[in-house]
Design a protein around this ligand. Structure first.
Ligand code: CP
Ligand code: NVA
Length: 307
């Protein structure tokens, strides 16, 4: 059966366990030997493109990159016809899309002939969440993702696509997640990658960053202005002014609390230089694990053939 990696919530615990395990597996394999992976980006990227490309190469395959201008998803031709075309040449397409619903349309159009990987949509960023879990497990549990039960993770800022996938992944592993956001920017129920539907750790919502970080082992933040929302920049800067992750906020946390950020960082907005460059910042290890995460996802997609 064709495997897709579109949200964390779609995957069974066993699937996720395989992905986490194979992400850090030391063995050298040629899972994708001679095979192409299509990379389609409707939005800009550094880490996701770099980690996808290098992971495919590591597994013996090659990538073909398609940018927004070139493909024109639903402008030059429909997402369905893009998918039907790619499926003639590639067994796997990995996409960064504006609208999460494109994945369902592509699955239907190709009758699941091609594996799809979500490299960020408006509601989910699951490859990022895998990297975040690996980073947190490495720091707190010697790499054992099954030992994150009871860990306290505070997310401060805009409840984004990154927040949703992170929360779904961590709650499923028994960690407790607190999201501090102004009420209109808080997590909402329903839709793809719904943290409210996960059984496991506890999910707490607050509008107080101080309260959120008080017992936190991890403090996480993301951009106040996600891609596509640039017209709201000034309003968002005002609305999130009290949600900056800075030294003053972290004085309320434990000295051992670590800081994560998916990047790109907007230094001086959601995070300060002193924090992101400080000794408790794990952001570069997160970047390292973006590649690990892609190795895990690609090996899992090919697992049956590989075993
Ligand atoms: N974190 C992340 O997805 O970074 P890019 O947008 O640079 O890929
Ligand atoms: N929430 C951000 C994440 C970037 C990696 C965005 O969607 O732009």
């Amino acid at each position: 059966m064709t495997r897709h990696f579109i949200t964390i919530e779609d995957l069974t615990r066993e699937d996720l366990a395989t992905i986490y395990d194979r992400a850090v597996s030391p063995f050298d394999d040629q899972t994708l030997k001679g095979q192409g992976v299509a990379l389609v980006f409707e939005r800009p990227s550094l880490r996701t493109r770099a980690s996808s490309s290098s992971a495919v190469h590591e597994l013996g395959g090659y990538v073909t990159f398609f940018g927004d201008e070139e493909i024109g998803l639903d402008s030059r031709e429909s997402a369905e016809d893009v998918a039907r075309t790619l499926a003639q040449m590639y067994a796997i397409s990995a996409l960064r899309v504006r609208d999460h619903r494109v994945f369902e349309r592509m699955r239907a159009a190709t009758k699941d002939a091609m594996s799809l990987v979500n490299l960020l949509s408006d509601t989910a960023h699951p490859t990022q969440a895998v990297a975040d879990v690996l980073t947190i497990a490495e720091h707190f549990a010697g790499g054992d993702v099954d030992q994150l039960r009871g860990l306290e993770v505070a997310y401060v800022g805009d409840a984004t696509n990154v927040t949703r996938s992170l929360a779904v992944a961590l709650l499923g592993l028994g960690a407790n997640v607190t999201v501090a956001a102004p009420p209109v920017y808080q997590l909402t129920r329903g839709g793809a990658e719904d943290p409210f539907a996960v059984e496991g750790g506890s999910l707490t919502l607050t509008d107080s960053p101080d309260e959120a970080v008080r017992h936190a082992d991890v403090v996480y933040t993301d951009a106040w202005v996600s891609m596509g929302l640039e017209a709201e920049t000034e309003r968002r800067r005002r609305d999130f002014a009290l949600f900056q992750v800075n030294d003053a906020l972290l004085k309320n946390a434990k000295p051992s609390t670590v800081v994560l950020h998916c990047l790109p960082a907007h230094r001086g907005d959601e995070i300060t230089n002193e924090v992101i460059d400080g000794e408790n910042s794990l952001v570069w290890r997160q970047v390292f694990h973006r590649r690990s995460a892609m190795l895990g996802v690609l090996r899992w997609i090919k697992k049956e053939e590989h075993d």
